[in-house]
Design a binder for this molecule. Structure first.
Ligand code: 5CA
Length: 437
C-alpha cells in the first residue's frame, strides 16, 4: 500500500478525550473514530488489525474443535422472556420495537439464540458433544463507556457455547476452551492469567476471567508470581488428551484472584503474590442446566430417557483485545505491534521521494516484497524525513526499511526493528531476504 493513496488520518496531538495510551494511540494512528459515545468506526489501518486478532481467535477455536456459525445482531425479545433474562438484564439491554410493534433487542450475548437453534437441531446424545461459536458485534448500553474500545457500547465479541450430556463432558469442553484461550492470547504476545470469577448475569458456578496485566487495567488483581513464567501448553498437547492436569496447574497456585476475593491482602501481597492492574480480555462460564431446563434443550440418552443438556459459554473481547495489546506494547513514540497482529509487516520509508534514484530503488524493493507476499506500507509522500520517521514509529509496524540517497550511494539500506530500536545497515538483497524469510 502506498501511503500517498492510503486513508490514514493521523493526529499530531494527543486528543483531549483519551485517558489511556491505547485510546490515545488508536485515535492518533488513524485507526478508529468515535461515531457516538462508546461506538466506533474502524478505519482501514485499524480494521486490518481487528481482522488479524479475529483470525487468531478463529483459528484457535477451530483447532479446539469448535464450529463457526453466524447469528444476527438483532434478536427477538421472546427468547429472552422465555429464559427469564428480559427483565433480569436491566437497562444495559438495548430494547427495540419494529414497525409492527414487535419487541426486539440488540444482542449483548447469545445464550438464548444459540439454545433455540440447538434445541431445534439436535435430538440424540450421539450428536454430542458440540461447541458452536460466532464472532459478532454486541451492544451493551454501558452506564459509563470509557477508554475507547476497552469499554464500548458496541463491541466485537467471540462467543462460544458448549453442549454436553453430563458434567464430565461439560468439564472437558470447559477445559478445551481454557487451553484454547491460553494459546490464543499467547499468539498475540499477551500473557493472560485465568482468575476465578463471579458469573454475573450469565449465571453458573464455575467461571474464569482471563486478565492481561497492564498498568491501566480497570480492575485491581492479585496473582501468584509463578504465573508470569508459566509455560503455555505446547502443540504436543492435543484437545483429545485429558486437559484436567493443565487446568489444575493453571488454577491451583493460590488461585489468582480479583481483589473482591482477597480478605487479608496486606498480609499476602509481598510474599508470592503480585498486585497489579488487569484488563479482562475473556471470560469462561460453566452454567449447567440454567438455560437448557427452562428452554427445554433435551436429547435422548442411551436408555432413551430425555435429559436436559449441560452448557457453558466462553467469550473473548475481540475489539477490547485491540486496546489491551496496545496497553501491553507501546512506548513514548507510539504503538509496537506484535508481528502476529501488525497491520503491515514492513514500513518502507523513502527519504527523498521525487528523486529518481531513491524512487527507483523503493519501487523495486516494494515490488519484490509484495511479490513475496510481505505486507508493506510504503511512505512515498513528499514529506520531511522526520515526519516519516515519527509517523512510522506512531503506527508501530514491526520493521522499518529506510532508503536514502547516501546509503544507496554506498549500496546499503537501513533496517530498524520497532520493538528494540535496533538499526542495521545491509545490502538491498540482504534486506529483502531478511524481510521475506
Ligand atoms: N456470554 C458470555 C460468554 S460468551 C459473555 O457475554 N461474557 S462476558 O460478558 O464476560 O463478555 C465476554 C468478553 O467481552 C469480556 O471478557 C470482555 O473482554 C468483552 N467485553 C464485555 N463487555 C465489553 C464492553 N463493554 N466493551 C468491550 N468489550 C467488552
Amino acid at each position: 500500500m502506498r501511503l500517498s493513496k492510503y486513508f490514514l488520518p493521523t493526529l499530531k496531538e494527543n486528543p483531549a478525550e483519551a485517558q489511556i495510551p491505547s485510546h490515545t494511540l488508536m485515535l492518533r494512528a488513524g485507526m478508529i473514530r468515535q461515531s457516538a459515545s462508546g461506538i466506533y468506526s474502524w478505519l482501514p489501518l485499524g480494521l486490518r488489525v481487528l481482522r488479524k486478532i479475529e483470525q487468531i481467535v478463529r483459528e484457535e477455536q477451530d483447532k479446539a474443535g469448535a464450529q463457526e456459525l453466524l447469528m444476527p445482531t438483532i434478536q427477538p425479545a421472546d427468547l429472552w422472556i422465555e429464559s427469564g433474562r428480559h427483565d433480569a438484564y436491566g437497562p444495559e439491554l438495548l430494547r427495540i420495537k419494529d414497525r409492527h410493534s414487535r419487541d426486539l433487542l440488540y444482542g449483548p450475548t447469545n445464550e438464548e439464540m444459540i439454545t433455540d437453534i440447538f434445541r431445534n437441531g439436535v435430538k440424540s446424545y450421539k450428536e454430542l458433544p458440540s461447541i458452536l461459536y460466532h464472532i459478532q458485534w454486541k451492544f451493551r448500553d454501558e452506564v459509563r463507556p470509557r477508554f475507547g474500545v476497552m469499554r464500548g457500547r458496541e463491541f466485537l465479541m467471540k462467543d462460544s457455547y458448549s453442549f454436553d450430556l453430563d458434567y464430565e463432558g461439560a468439564k472437558r469442553s470447559y477445559n478445551k476452551m481454557f487451553v484454547a484461550y491460553l494459546r490464543t492470547f499467547a499468539r498475540m504476545g499477551l500473557k493472560a492469567i485465568p482468575m476465578r470469577a463471579e458469573t454475573g448475569p450469565i449465571g453458573g458456578d464455575l467461571s474464569h476471567e482471563f486478565i492481561v496485566l497492564a498498568e491501566t487495567g480497570e480492575s485491581q488483581v492479585y496473582c501468584h508470581k509463578d504465573y508470569l513464567t508459566m509455560e503455555i501448553p505446547s502443540d504436543d498437547v492435543s484437545y483429545e488428551d485429558d486437559l484436567e492436569p493443565i487446568f489444575e496447574k493453571w488454577t491451583s497456585l493460590y488461585a489468582a484472584t480479583e481483589d473482591k476475593y482477597v480478605k487479608e491482602e496486606a498480609d499476602v501481597v509481598g510474599n508470592d503474590l503480585i498486585s497489579a492492574r488487569g484488563i479482562e480480555v475473556g471470560q469462561t462460564f460453566y452454567f449447567g442446566k440454567k438455560y437448557s431446563e427452562p428452554m427445554n434443550v433435551n436429547v435422548t440418552d442411551k436408555e432413551g430417557k430425555k435429559v436436559a443438556l449441560e452448557m457453558g459459554s466462553y467469550g473473548i473481547g475481540v475489539s477490547r483485545l485491540f486496546g489491551a495489546i496496545i496497553e501491553a506494547s507501546h512506548d513514548d513514540s507510539g504503538i509496537i505491534w506484535p508481528d502476529s497482529v501488525a497491520p503491515f509487516k514492513v514500513g518502507l520509508i523513502n527519504l527523498k521521494s521525487g528523486s529518481d534514484d531513491t524512487d527507483k530503488a523503493c519501487d523495486d524493493i516494494y515490488a519484490a516484497l509484495i511479490n513475496a507476499g510481505v505486507e508493506v506500507l510504503y511512505d512515498d509522500r513528499k514529506e520531511r524525513a522526520g515526519v516519516k520517521f515519527n509517523n512510522m514509529d506512531l503506527i508501530g509496524l514491526p520493521w522499518q526499511l529506510v532508503i536514502g540517497p547516501r546509503g544507496l550511494a554506498n549500496g546499503v539500506v537501513e533496517i530498524k526493528r520497532r520493538a528494540t530500536g535496533e538499526k542495521t545497515e545491509m545490502s538491498i538483497e540482504a534486506a529483502i531476504a531478511k524481510l521475506t524469510a
